[in-house]
Design a protein around this ligand. Structure first.
Ligand SMILES: Cc1ccc(Cc2cc(O)c(O)c(C(=O)NC/C=C/[C@H]3O[C@@H](n4cnc5c(N)ncnc54)[C@H](O)[C@@H]3O)c2)cc1
Ligand SMILES: [Mg+2]
Length: 214
């Protein structure tokens, strides 16, 4: 049967990247997306903004919603200090399997806990299951209509602390209007928009960084 795009992306990583070298895995995926098949990774342009925010926050606890193939997982994990707790959530088993292999190929499997499931089911259990009280950094890149309900779950379950940073992909394209309206108007957040482009295209897109004020 025909392979899937994530499987072809994995093949490209295994063929073109150097095992244990996260930079080469990132470059191999970006090359695949630019020259073979577009895929919905955060990409190199927005990826550099992601890198700078992760470096600035230097988090001890990280949550990513929407692992997909693990591209942003690798970008984030390669920057984390030893001992950082990093959970990434993916509900499509096929995507999760490809992501596990790409993360392992980059040599970052010991830094990442990939949880298969839906964010809405997992978030209420994170404290109990993983002993995490609050997240220092959260990257949202899953279904766009889940951003708002999930940030409300973070608040409800006390997973945000003063200074927690949320970074949301695709706030322009595909767009997350309700989420943007919420974080930009809530007195509990200080938000800033980072203009960029939809991965591997010239279409306008950007990231929204929101600081939880407590
Ligand atoms: C019109 C249009 C279409 C597409 C684009 C291009 C474009 C550009 C982008 O950067 C994009 O991030 C997206 C996009 O749709 N991303 C959705 C990403 C989903 C992945 O996350 C998984 N997932 C989805 N909800 C959950 C959830 N609750 N719990 C756990 N995992 C979840 C899925 O299993 C997928 O692995 C699209 C631009 C414009
Ligand atoms: Mg995205």
């Amino acid at each position: 049967t025909r392979s899937t795009r994530p499987q072809r992306m994995l093949k490209a990583v295994q063929k073109n990247a150097i095992r244990g070298n996260p930079e080469s895995v990132i470059s191999a995926i970006d090359y695949f997306c630019k020259h073979s098949e577009w895929a919905m990774n955060v990409g190199d342009e927005k990826g550099c903004i992601l890198d700078s925010v992760v470096t600035e926050v230097d988090p001890s606890t990280v949550l990513e919603l929407g692992t997909y193939c693990g591209y942003s997982t690798v970008r984030i994990a390669r920057l984390l200090s030893p001992g950082t707790k990093f959970i990434t959530v993916e509900f499509n088993p096929a995507s999760a399997e490809v992501a596990r292999k790409i993360i392992a190929y980059a040599g970052l499997q010991d830094k990442v806990t990939l949880v298969e499931g839906a964010s809405g089911d997992l978030i209420p259990q994170i404290k109990k299951l993983y002993g995490i009280t609050t997240f220092d950094f959260i990257f949202l890149d899953h279904w766009k209509d889940r951003y708002l309900p999930d940030i409300k779950l973070f608040e409800e379950y006390g997973l945000l602390g003063k200074g927690s940073v949320l970074l949301a992909d695709n706030v322009i394209c595909p767009g997350t209007p309700e989420y943007l309206e919420y974080v930009r108007n809530s007195p509990r957040y200080e938000s800033r928009y980072y203009p960029s482009h939809l991965e591997y295209t010239k279409v306008e897109d950007g990231l929204e960084k929101s600081l939880f004020l407590g």
